[in-house]
Design a protein around this ligand. Structure first.
Ligand code: NAD
Length: 473
């Protein structure tokens, strides 16, 4: 993308570009510059998108082989468009270009994975009296709503399984990052039949219009806990199915045989990837008291090495927060923790003059009463909490309403795994964090979500079981 050309994508409805009379500015979070304008979908245009998804549904659901082939082509189309999509994603989201390219590649990899989906029916009984089979029917038209941290990848976590299952979709990105998703929609519509994937954008009010729309049979939502609850309430009236991927407050527990120096780099980037704006980032670290200062020093050294800046610059290793409310939130929870006695050992605090920058910050001496520990900071600040009894650390890690991910770090892998299994979360990692794969189900316990995405389990959430019972004789 040329940084000087204003990006003005249209809605993508029924395979066509649909212009809107109103547009919203989209800004680069590193510079504040307007880089494009999002279309603002009207209720009538949204009706049109759902009508198109309805028209496409019958032939799309009828042929799994065709769907597989189309998803394979979709993956190839994304890879082919990487030089256009990555700069657009980088400019509106803020992440370093290297990470933007990795996100496009991962999005394509995810779509490609679902090109091998199998939805075989299962025979429960086949004898002289009856044949009883269980089959999976596509649930119907899907409303998909995504956040601003990984707009392309998280959209493909929905597009791949839903389309593989035989559903058609209307997708809505966040108003902060609409441009790359709309462009991805155009690219994918080059290989998908019209109406199978429609992409709309607008203000936050568009979300409730979608979740309340009578054509929708399933809402798949990724975003905050607060919005997730609203989505579920909106879906209840019509008993729409929901999958909710919500916030996380992942704990990492170091055991007493962990080597802080050896794991510091991996642990640091498990917390600070995408400037900490990752649902399943490490959001708090519990460390034995005897290892605390060694760990804080090692993490602080990693923070010093970060090159904070505009993600478009080759040397940048960490970009800004995506938007002003998020920056204000991180500033506030860190200031509150420091006011309550945590020691901020950040990388000197030097940040560029413009943009939503926050220097990577390690908070030594944090405790569970601080908001930065008890809630999701979703930014580049990592509290370190010392413990004396590992059972106590586990109880503190499991306290609270979140349950997305968690990890245990130590040289005795079996001992670490035994503790990891006792974490109350959807994915428990050992000596790593946020590692993921399209074949692996991903979801949260408690307020971190309902249902899972990815793997055959993720595909199944876009289906409903039907029993076909044939009597014989
Ligand atoms: P958000 O909840 O503010 O917005 C998410 C999306 O919902 C946006 O597209 C927004 O326009 C839309 N929306 C807003 N109000 C709506 C409503 N009433 N009905 C329907 N849709 C509505 O979240 P965000 O700030 O964009 O993203 C950050 C949050 O997302 C964090 O809490 C993070 O942990 C979470 N997240 C979770 C996962 C996961 O897989 N569990 C992944 C990424 C991000």
């Amino acid at each position: 993308m040329s940084t000087t050309s204003l990006q003005t994508p249209d809605l993508v409805i029924d395979g066509r570009a649909v212009p809107t009379s109103e547009r919203l500015d989209v800004r680069n979070p590193a510079t504040g510059a307007v880089i494009g304008a999002s279309p603002v979908c009207t209720p009538e245009q949204l009706d049109g998108a759902f009508a198109a998804a309805g028209c496409a549904a019958a032939s799309w659901r009828a042929d799994l082989d065709r769907r597989r082939a189309a998803l394979g082509s979709a993956a190839a189309a994304l890879v082919g468009a990487i030089d256009e999509l990555a700069p657009l994603l980088q400019a509106e989201q803020g992440k370093p270009m290297r990470e933007a390219r990795l996100e496009v590649k991962a999005a394509a990899y995810w779509l490609g994975h679902y090109a091998t989906t199998d939805l075989a029916r299962e025979t429960l009984r086949d004898d002289g009296k009856a044949i009883v089979e269980v089959r999976r029917r596509p649930v119907g038209i899907v409303a998909a709503i995504t956040p601003w941290n990984f707009p392309l990848l998280l959209a493909c976590w929905k597009i791949g399984p839903a389309l593989a299952a035989g559903c058609t979709m209307v997708l809505k990105p966040s108003p902060y990052t609409p441009l790359s998703t709309l462009r991805m929609g155009e690219v994918l519509n080059g290989v998908l039949p019209p109406g199978v994937l429609n992409v709309v954008a607008g203000r936050d009010e568009l979300g409730p219009w979608m979740t309340g729309h009578p054509a929708v049979r399933k809402v798949t939502f990724t975003g905050s806990v607060a919005t997730g609850k609203r989505v579920m309430a909106a879906a209840a009236d019509d008993l729409k199915r929901v999958t909710l991927e919500l916030g996380g407050n992942d704990a990492a527990i170091l055991l007493d045989d962990a080597d802080p120096g050896a794991i510091a780099k991996q642990l640091f980037w498990s917390a600070f990837l995408n400037a900490g704006q990752l649902c399943c980032a490490v959001k708090r670290v519990y460390v034995p008291t005897a290892l605390r200062s060694e760990l804080v020093d090692a993490l602080s050294a990693e923070a010093e090495r970060v090159v904070l800046g505009d993600g478009a610059a080759r040397e940048t290793t960490m970009g800004p927060l995506n938007n002003r409310p998020q920056l204000d939130h991180v500033r506030s929870v860190v200031a509150e923790a420091v006011g309550a006695g945590a020691r901020s050992t950040n990388a000197g605090g030097a940040v560029p003059d413009v943009g939503h920058f926050f220097a990577p910050t390690i908070l030594d001496g944090a405790d569970d009463t601080m908001r930065v520990v008890a809630d999701e900071q979703f930014g580049p600040a990592l509290p370190v909490i010392a413990y004396d009894d590992v059972e106590d650390a586990l109880a503190r890690a499991n306290a609270g309403t979140y349950g997305l991910g968690g990890s245990v770090w130590g040289q005795d892998e079996d001992r670490a795994a035994a503790l990891a299994e006792r974490l109350e979360c959807g994915t428990a990692w050992v000596n790593t964090h946020y590692a993921n794969d399209p074949g692996q189900p991903f979801g949260g316990l408690k307020w971190s979500g309902i249902g899972v995405e990815n793997g055959r389990w993720g595909v199944e959430t876009f289906t409903e079981l039907q029993v076909v019972h044939r009597a014989r004789g």
